[in-house]
Ligand binder design. Structure first.
Ligand SMILES: Nc1ncnc2c1ncn2[C@@H]1O[C@H](COP(=O)(O)OP(=O)(O)OP(=O)(O)O)[C@@H](O)[C@H]1O
Ligand SMILES: [Mg+2]
Length: 169
C-alpha cells in the first residue's frame, strides 16, 4: 500500500497537542507510532498529548534516559526513545520487539534508528521545525494489513482545526 499520507502545519504547541490528543482518543490496540524529527521538533510534546487522549492520568516524562516507560490508560502506552540507539537495539533484539504491536499502543521516538526492529505496519510521523513556534508533521502509514488499514482510516479522518493546517509539502 503506497499511502500518500497527510501533512499538517502546527502553528503552536497546542496544535501539535490537539492532534496527539485526537489520535490518543481513537487509536486502536496494537498500534505502533514511529516518530522522527530533530531535537525539539515536538515528538515528546505530541506523545504527552497522545497519552492524555488515551486516558493516562499521571505525568509523562521524557524517556530519553530510561529505556521505556509504560503508562496505564484506555490502552497501555509504551513510550520508547531510541536516542541511545545501541541500548535500544540490544533491548529490541533480545525480545523487546514483542512489546511493539502487542496489546497496547507503542510510540517510538527516533524510530529511524531502530527501524529494522519495528513492525512493518505502523504510523510514521516526521516532525520538522518551521520557525520558533511552528512545526510540520508528516503522517504516513507503512505496511499492509488490518492494522495499517485501521491506521490509514484514522489518518484520513483527522480534522484540520484552527492552528493545525493541512499542508501540501
Ligand atoms: N508547534 C509546535 N509543536 C510542538 N512543539 C512546539 C511547537 N512550537 C514550539 N514547540 C516547543 O518545542 C519544544 C519541543 O520539545 P519536545 O521535547 O517535544 O521535542 P522532541 O522532538 O521530543 O525533542 P528530543 O528529540 O530532544 O526529545 C517544546 O519546548 C515545545 O513547547
Ligand atoms: Mg523527545
Amino acid at each position: 500500500m503506497a499511502d500518500p499520507g497527510r501533512s499538517f502545519l502546527a502553528h503552536t504547541p497546542e496544535a501539535t497537542e490537539a492532534l496527539g490528543y485526537w489520535l490518543g482518543e481513537r487509536v486502536g490496540a496494537g498500534s505502533v507510532l514511529a516518530l522522527d524529527g530533530e531535537l525539539g521538533a515536538g515528538k515528546t510534546t505530541f506523545v504527552r498529548a497522545l497519552a492524555r487522549g488515551l486516558g493516562v492520568a499521571g505525568p509523562v516524562t521524557s524517556p530519553t534516559y530510561a529505556l521505556l516507560q509504560t503508562y496505564p490508560g484506555r490502552l497501555e502506552l509504551a513510550h520508547f526513545d531510541a536516542w541511545m540507539e545501541r541500548r535500544e537495539r540490544s533491548f529490541l533484539a533480545e525480545g523487546g520487539w514483542e512489546w511493539l504491536g502487542a496489546e497496547g499502543v507503542a510510540v517510538v521516538e527516533w524510530a529511524e534508528r531502530v527501524s529494522e526492529w519495528l513492525p512493518e505496519e505502523r504510523l510514521a510521523i516526521e516532525f520538522a521545525h518551521r520557525g520558533a513556534e511552528a512545526r510540520s508533521l508528516r503522517l504516513r502509514v507503512l505496511g499492509d494489513g488490518p492494522r495499517a488499514r485501521a491506521l490509514a482510516e484514522l489518518v484520513a479522518a483527522i480534522p484540520a482545526r484552527e492552528g493545525l493546517e493541512e499542508s501540501t509539502e
